[in-house]
Design a protein around this ligand. Sequence first.
Ligand SMILES: Nc1nc2c(ncn2[C@@H]2O[C@H](COP(=O)(O)OP(=O)(O)O)[C@@H](O)[C@H]2O)c(=O)[nH]1
Ligand SMILES: [Mg+2]
Ligand SMILES: [Zn+2]
Ligand SMILES: [Zn+2]
Length: 257
Amino acid sequence: MCVACGCGSDKITIDGQQHAHDSHGHGSRSLQIEIDVLAKNNEYAKQNRDFFTQTATLVLNLVSSPGSGKTTLLTRTLNDLKSGLPMAVIEGDQQTANDAERISATGVPVVQINTGKGCHLDAHMISHAMEKLTIENNSVLFIENVGNLVCPAMFDLGETHKVAILSITEGEDKPIKYPDLFHAADLLLLNKLDLLPYLDFDVDQCIAYARQVNSNIEIIQVSATLGTGLNDWYAWLEKQKHKQAHDAFECTTVLSK
Ligand SMILES: Nc1nc2c(ncn2[C@@H]2O[C@H](COP(=O)(O)OP(=O)(O)O)[C@@H](O)[C@H]2O)c(=O)[nH]1
Ligand SMILES: [Mg+2]
Ligand SMILES: [Zn+2]
Ligand SMILES: [Zn+2]
């Protein structure tokens, strides 16, 4: 059950295989309270994060409403960077492997998670998806979350950063209407800037709203289809990659002492 919206998540499949095992307690304890769900999630998230830190994997959890351009942005990013950077993708959707197929066409390894009725990915699903994904050390792992501005904000997957994507067709007030996500994200990609001439969208106001809920959020304006602004996004990625490699070095130094 989702603690944010109370929906059920019954039929989870990972690369088409049903996720079912009794061994580590996903029974139907219907009275599981919110705190248990999040505490359990945080345990898995910590295990994921430890693994990602040790392997110097930069993990970006992409969160947005459906249709804001996550997959378009991802496929373009993969095609632009794949020659110089090992990358992998975990795709989350309620149904279909459509996005995993779009990602697969780039040649980058991908695992699809279908959450059934579930409205977000959780850390446990990510740990199972990682069993199916062989990634090199020093990779970038992109996680495309289920399209939803609400529930994914509450679930730590063990990622290095949450990245919010907001397309300008959604209206400039979304950061204050859905503050949890914009508060949890370290970067906001404002997408579909090419459509600005056709819309009544106030970019400055949107940025002001985003900073109102998160004064530290970085904001990059892009068009995933035209490629505008993507160099700034790649520079941000490069900077985070560098930091993650540095943290991994510190981590292994501490462990070896
Ligand atoms: N005009 C325009 N359309 C875009 C842009 N990015 C994505 N789209 C379109 O928006 C729709 C949804 O994109 P998709 O990547 O599937 O969104 P997702 O649901 O967030 O993964 C598709 O028709 C894309 O072609 C953009 O920068 N500009
Ligand atoms: Mg998508
Ligand atoms: Zn929900
Ligand atoms: Zn499991």
